[in-house]
Design a protein around this ligand. Structure first.
Ligand code: FES
Length: 314
């Protein structure tokens, strides 16, 4: 027992050249329930190593017999999204971590403003189902690229009517964040999921307009970008791990059977925080305060600098 869920790929749909949707069923028994905004980590058996990427569950949480995820092929993929696009087919077996939720809905909100960029639409598909069930007030704004990253656009337009707006960058359409946030009713909560620049944009516009931090929520699942190779040393054993350019430090530790807890695998949740005693670090997370970076790092995204040895308190 490793705590993972064994699933079978029940269906695959190519929604756009870049977005592929997978329906997953339990191999044995039933899948655990989940709440809107949850994600799972898919464990992919690539040659020579296991790849792990987090994907939002996009189905209706009330119908948890099957899970659905959608995967955007990343141009700079380190392997995970390419594996899902090129290697995974109907009938294949995969393993998943149980669902975890870092992007839940806030019941005290009088209005929910949902802002998606590209594949960042996925957690909102589950949240919309939940908001509709609650009869809650919400609107969804979707920044995308027509024919490439606009999966679900037609379906959402028909289903949500005036509560939905799409901005197709390839047609020159632009989401005006300042105008949108300025026009919201009091006690609105804003939720954003998508590329880092969209998340940063919403956070900074909300801050400049005086929105309390507790009403601004975001989720980023950017897989760690490749970097330079470096060496990590485990202080307790003196063991040295070569971390290649296309592997995150967390993946290298997992491959070496060193247990480090993780949830988002994108540098935002704080679960994988690891202390280090020496070495130059390229910090890429959005969780740690500057002062904490002198002795902690997030190995899911951050890495040692080329040519230096990073000594971890592990
Ligand atoms: S797993 Fe969430 S910050 Fe690393």
């Amino acid at each position: 027992m490793n705590g993972l869920l064994d699933v079978r790929v029940a269906a695959v749909r190519q929604l756009t050249p870049l977005v592929r949707e997978f329906t997953l069923e339990a191999e044995h028994g039933a899948l655990p329930g989940f709440s809107a905004g949850s994600h799972v980590v898919v464990h992919m058996p690539a040659p020579g190593r296991t790849l792990r990427n987090a994907y939002s569950l996009l189905g209706d949480p009330a119908e948890a017999q099957r899970y659905r995820i959608a995967v955007r092929l990343q141009e700079d993929s380190r392997g995970g999204s390419r594996f899902m696009h090129e290697q995974v087919n109907e009938g294949d077996r995969l393993q998943l971590s149980p669902p975890a939720n870092l992007f839940g809905l806030h019941s005290e909100a009088r209005h929910h403003l949902l802002i998606a960029g590209g594949i960042g639409i996925t957690p909102f598909l589950a949240q919309i189902a939940e908001l509709e069930r609650r009869g809650a007030s919400f609107a969804l704004h979707y920044a995308c690229r027509g024919g490439l990253t606009d999966a679900y656009r037609g379906e959402l337009a028909g289903r949500l009517g005036a509560r939905f707006a799409a901005y197709d960058a390839s047609a020159g359409e632009r989401l005006d964040l300042a105008a949108l946030l300025r026009s919201q009713p009091l006690a609105t909560h804003v939720y954003v999921c998508g590329p880092q620049r969209l998340i940063d944009g919403v956070r900074s516009v909300a801050a400049s307009l005086g929105w309390p931090q507790g009403r601004v929520h975001w989720e980023a699942f950017a897989a760690a970008a490749p970097g330079e190779p470096f060496v990590a040393e485990l202080a307790a054993s003196g063991r040295r791990l070569e971390v290649p350019a296309d592997l995150s430090l967390l993946e290298a530790l997992e491959q070496a059977d060193v247990a480090v807890p993780s949830l988002c695998r994108g540098g935002v949740c704080g679960q994988c925080a690891t202390r280090y005693s020496s070495g130059a670090v390229e910090h890429r997370d959005s969780f740690l305060a500057e002062a904490e970076r002198a002795w902690q790092l997030m190995p899911c995204v951050s890495r040692g600098c080329a040519g230096s040895t990073l000594v971890l308190d592990l």
